[in-house]
Write a protein that binds this ligand. Structure first.
Ligand code: GDP
Ligand code: GDP
Length: 435
C-alpha cells in the first residue's frame, strides 16, 4: 500500500501550499463527511521516487485552540495512520514557542519525523535552517513550497527513511484482477463485498490466524481469480458503530492505487454528492479502470430512478467512459453482472493496441478534423503507438505537439475510445515532438 506522509505545523507555515505542490491538485479530497472535521485534505503525491498519500492535517495547534489541539482525537487519528510526519516551520517567523511545543510532543510519538523549513526562498537557505536546530529534530530540510525548491530532495529523503513494510512488495503475492470497492460512508460497500464474496468466505476470513491488517481478499468466480481490496473495514464492522472509524480516506486512496479496477459505489437514495465527484476525480487521476455501481436501486419508483440517471450524467459527465451499473447489494440483484463489467473493463484497460491500427486511426481522425495552425504552421501528427496499459497510453509523434489544444486532445481521445471500443478505462494521450 502507498506510504502515508502527513503534514503538521502551525497555521500559515505553508502546509496547504506544499500539499498542492506535492499532489498538483486544487481539487483535494476534503473530508467533509458528517462527523469528520472539514479541514483535513488528502491526495496522492507524485513528486519524488514513487506515489504516496499526502495528508494535510489543517489547523493543528491553532492560536485559538492552543497546542493542546495537537492531541485532539482527529489529529491523533491522522498521526496514527502516518508512516512519516513532515513538521513544517516558517523561516520568516523563526523558531516560535509553539514550534518548540509541537516538536516536543511529536518527538514523544516515536514516529519518523522530518523537519521542513519552508519559505526558504525568502532568505539564504543556510541561514534559514540555523534557527531550527534547537528543535532537537534531525537535520532541517530547507524548502520553498511556492517555488518548488528542495521539495523533490525532501521526498527522496523521506523515502530513504520509510520502513520496508510500507513499500508495495506484496504485489507479487496477489493473484488475478485487483478490485477496490470504494464509495462514501453508507453507500453499501460492505454489503456489496459480502454479496460478492458470499457469506462462507467471510467466515473463513474471520477465523483466527488471519492478520487484522490484511485487507486483500482473494476469491474465484467461474474460471477467473480476483483479489478484493477492502476499504470498508469489513471485519471490524461488527464492533465499529462509528462512521469516522469505519471510513478512511487514506485507505480509499491506497486501495484505488493498488487496484486494477475500481468499483465506485454510489447510494441512489442519497443522490450524487460532491464527494462522489471528488472520489471519481481521484479514480480518473489514478488511471484505474472503473465500474460505477449505483446501489440501493431496490424500492425506487421509475420517477426516482430517472432522477438518479439524470443526476449522474449531469454531475459525473466526465465518467462517460464508465458503464452505469444498477444494483441492489442488499437483495443481490445486478451484483453478478458487476463482475462481468469488471472483467470487461480490465480487458480493455490491459489490451494490446497495435501500432499500425493506432496510426491508421490517427490519420483518419486528422483527415476528418485537422489540428489548428500555430503561428502560421499547422500542427503535424504523424504516427501513434501504445505507451502503457492500465491505463492505456497512446503516444502520438509529430511536430509542435506542445501546442495541441485541450479541445483537440479531447477530440482525439473520444475518437480513439470509440473506434477501439475502450469503455471502462481512462485513456491517456502523450505527445512527442520530433526535430
Ligand atoms: P497553512 O495554513 O500551513 O496551510 O499555510 P498556507 O499554505 O495557506 O500558506 C500560508 C501563506 O504562506 C500563503 O500566503 C502562502 O502563499 C505563503 N507561502 C507558503 N509557502 C511559501 C513559500 O515557500 N515561500 C513564500 N514566500 N511564501 C509561502
Ligand atoms: P458502507 O459504509 O459503504 O460499507 O455501507 P454498508 O454496506 O454498511 O451499508 C450502509 C447501509 O445501507 C446499511 O444499512 C445497509 O443495509 C444499507 N444498504 C446497503 N445496500 C443496500 C441496498 O442495495 N438497498 C438498500 N435498500 N439498502 C442497502
Amino acid at each position: 500500500m502507498l506510504p502515508v506522509i502527513t503534514l503538521i505545523g502551525r497555521p500559515n507555515v505553508g502546509k496547504s501550499t506544499l500539499f498542492n505542490r506535492l499532489t498538483r491538485t486544487r481539487d483535494a479530497l476534503v473530508a467533509d463527511f458528517p462527523g469528520l472535521t472539514r479541514d483535513r485534505q488528502y491526495g496522492v503525491g507524485r513528486i519524488g521516487p514513487g506515489p504516496y498519500v499526502v495528508v494535510d492535517t489543517g489547523g493543528i495547534g491553532t492560536a485559538a485552540e492552543g497546542v493542546e489541539a495537537l492531541m485532539e482525537r482527529q489529529v491523533q487519528l491522522a498521526i496514527d495512520e502516518a508512516d512519516h510526519l513532515l513538521f513544517l516551520v516558517d523561516t520568516k517567523d523563526g523558531c516560535t514557542p509553539e514550534d518548540m511545543e509541537i516538536a516536543q510532543r511529536l518527538r514523544r510519538l516515536g514516529k519518523p519525523i522530518s523537519l521542513v523549513v519552508n519559505k526558504s526562498d525568502t532568505m539564504d537557505p543556510l541561514l534559514a535552517v540555523a534557527d531550527f536546530h534547537q528543535l532537537g529534530l534531525d537535520e532541517p530540510n530547507a524548502v520553498s513550497a511556492t517555488q518548488g525548491l528542495g521539495v523533490r530532495d525532501l521526498i527522496e529523503h523521506v523515502f530513504s527513511r520509510l520502513p520496508d513494510s510500507a513499500s508495495p512488495d506484496t504485489e507479487q503475492e496477489l493473484s488475478g484482477i485487483k478490485v477496490a470497492v470504494v464509495g462514501r460512508p453508507n453507500a453499501g460497500k460492505s454489503t456489496l463485498i459480502n454479496r460478492l464474496l458470499g457469506e462462507e468466505r467471510l467466515v473463513t476470513f474471520d477465523s483466527p490466524g488471519t492478520t487484522r491488517d490484511s485487507i486483500f481478499i482473494p476469491f474465484e468466480r467461474l474460471e477467473s481469480r480476483y483479489t478484493l481490496i477492502d476499504t470498508a473495514g469489513l471485519r471490524r464492522r461488527a464492533r465499529v458503530q462509528d462512521v469516522i472509524e469505519k471510513f478512511s480516506v487514506i485507505k480509499t486512496l491506497q486501495a484505488i492505487e493498488a487496484a486494477n479496477v475500481v468499483i465506485l459505489v454510489i447510494d441512489a437514495h442519497a443522490g450524487i454528492g460532491e464527494q462522489d465527484a471528488t472520489l471519481a476525480g481521484h479514480i480518473i487521476e489514478s488511471g484505474r479502470a472503473l465500474v460505477v455501481a449505483i446501489n440501493k436501486w431496490d424500492g425506487m419508483d421509475p420517477e426516482q430512478r430517472n432522477q438518479v440517471r439524470a443526476q449522474f450524467s449531469r454531475k459525473l459527465a466526465f465518467l462517460d467512459f464508465a458503464k452505469l451499473h444498477l444494483v441492489s447489494a442488499l437483495h443481490g440483484s445486478g451484483v453478478g453482472l458487476l463482475l462481468d463489467e469488471v472483467d470487461g473493463a480490465y480487458a480493455n484497460a490491459t489490451r494490446n493496441l497495435a501500432t499500425p491500427e493506432l496510426t491508421r486511426l490517427l490519420e483518419a481522425a486528422v483527415m476528418e478534423h485537422q489540428p489548428p495552425l500555430v503561428k502560421g504552421r499547422r500542427i503535424k501528427l504523424r504516427y501513434a503507438h501504445q505507451g502503457g496499459r492500465n491505463p492505456p497510453v497512446i503516444v502520438i509523434h509529430g511536430n509542435q505537439t506542445d501546442a495541441v489544444p485541450e479541445t483537440y486532445r479531447r477530440y482525439l481521445i473520444n475518437r480513439f475510445r470509440k473506434e477501439l471500443n475502450l469503455s471502462g478505462t481512462p485513456l491517456r494521450l502523450e505527445f512527442k515532438s520530433g526535430a
